[in-house]
Design a protein around this ligand. Structure first.
Ligand code: T4K
Length: 368
């Protein structure tokens, strides 16, 4: 490859399409604090996703931190080690103890059958992640949460636009958090959102992201500043118009990988979840060293030597980072499936502009 091919390349609209929005911002002088583009994007996203309330954020991490504040979560929260560090960091920033539960091999999501054993008198919530945009076993998680009186906050950072059972994956749980980071299927440069299901919660979330202000002179909570600005919101409005065609292009890349990798011994793809309309956010493959004749890391290096920069999402596990390592539930013996998946996975490049020729070359390198 004559130029580096990264795991993703942010989708951006034609600059000419965006300029009139910038001109409007320059003209009005409204740069942030719930401006017109912010309000319009919240409305359009709610319609597009088919969810009742969207609150925009500066990024997904601040949305996670704020979601925990909004529901007044304390004590211990059950979560997965197989995610991006932001998931667990959001607990740390709220002085909450993470309790790691192992994952299922099929989609790398938390194993609901292991949750009950991890519940203690201090548990207040479950924070699962829809890894790679594939839905968790949401019905089972709801059943457990209802039985034990726990809240469920989904880290849905990967799921923008993906649907399960005919509705947005963000329809499940008390709250869901999206990320609109540059590397996500829908980006506002940086950005994020909280999806809530009733007006009172939406209001509380909105107060918290604006220092706790409810009006000019009243502050009701020690909120933070995690507002999305007008330039980000305007970009979101333009990006939304192109989202469907971007997903179609991602789908074509994913289908090509899936078809062509089929016959390669020791390389497998994750299964396709039932009743799901995916968003093709990531394309993880699993390397079985014995069958493939090369370890995951050897293949990863081989791809790099050929200018292909896949990523080992999610290796190392969050539970292996020094700040979480000492926790009982972070013990490797507690997380055998997560460890196995973290040692085998490589996410291959996938983005709308990735050409068929490059996909073919990547497949040929993997085929040896
Ligand atoms: N929860 C979950 C489950 C998440 O995955 C994330 C974020 C969050 C929460 C937190 O949401 P945010 O606060 O980020 O909104 C990337 C992203 O930085 C991170 O947003 C994402 N998850 C994570 C899975 O991936 P890195 O360290 O792999 O990013 P980086 O900079 O190495 O980018 C990967 C590749 O993308 C680069 O090699 C080149 C390409 N790239 C990247 C950027 C930033 C570009 O071409 N342009 C760019 O501007 O974490």
């Amino acid at each position: 490859m004559d130029r580096p091919i990264y795991v993703t390349k942010p989708s951006l609209p034609d600059l000419q399409e965006f300029i009139p929005y910038l001109e409007q911002i320059w003209e009005s002088g409204i740069l942030t604090n719930n401006g017109p583009f912010h309000q319009q994007l919240e409305k359009e996203l709610a319609e597009f996703l088919g969810v009742p309330y969207v609150s925009l954020f500066a990024n997904g991490t601040l949305a996670l931190v704020t979601a925990l504040q909004a529901l007044r979560i304390t004590g211990e929260v059950i979560t997965t080690p197989f995610s991006f560090v932001a998931t667990t960091h959001s607990l740390w920033w709220n002085n909450i103890k993470p309790v790691f539960v192992d994952i299922e091999p099929e989609f790398c999501n938390i194993n609901p059958d292991k949750i009950e054993a991890a519940i203690t008198s201090k548990t207040t919530a479950i924070m699962p992640v829809h890894v790679y945009g594939n839905p968790c076993r949401v019905e089972r998680i709801k059943e457990i949460a209802d039985t034990y009186g726990l809240r469920v906050i989904y880290d849905a950072a990967h799921t923008f636009g993906a649907r399960y059972n005919g509705q947005s994956i963000c329809s499940y749980g008390d709250l869901s958090i999206l990320s609109f980071h540059a590397t996500k299927v829908f980006n506002t440069l940086e950005g994020g959102a909280i999806i809530s299901h009733d007006e009172a919660t939406k209001k509380r979330v909105d107060n918290l992201k604006n220092f706790g202000f409810v009006n000019e002179t009243t502050v009701v909570a020690p909120g933070i500043n995690s507002k999305m600005n007008e330039v980000q919101a305007a970009l979101g409005l333009v990006q939304l118009k192109h989202h469907p065609e971007n997903i179609e292009k991602r789908k074509a890349v994913a289908e090509m990988y899936r078809q062509s990798l089929k016959g390669i011994s020791g390389i497998s793809c994750l299964s396709e979840p039932e009743k799901t309309e995916p968003n093709y956010a990531y394309f993880p493959i699993l390397v079985d060293e014995h069958l493939y004749g090369m370890s995951r890391d050897e293949l990863y290096e081989k791809l790099r030597k050929n200018n292909i920069y896949g990523r080992r999402y999610f290796y190392p596990l969050i539970s292996e980072f020094s700040m979480y390592k000492g926790i009982d539930s972070a013990e490797p013996a507690n997380l055998p499936v997560a460890r196995k998946m973290a040692e085998r996975v490589i996410c291959l490049p996938i983005y709308p502009e990735l050409s068929k020729d490059i996909v073919k070359s990547i497949i040929n390198i993997i085929r040896k």
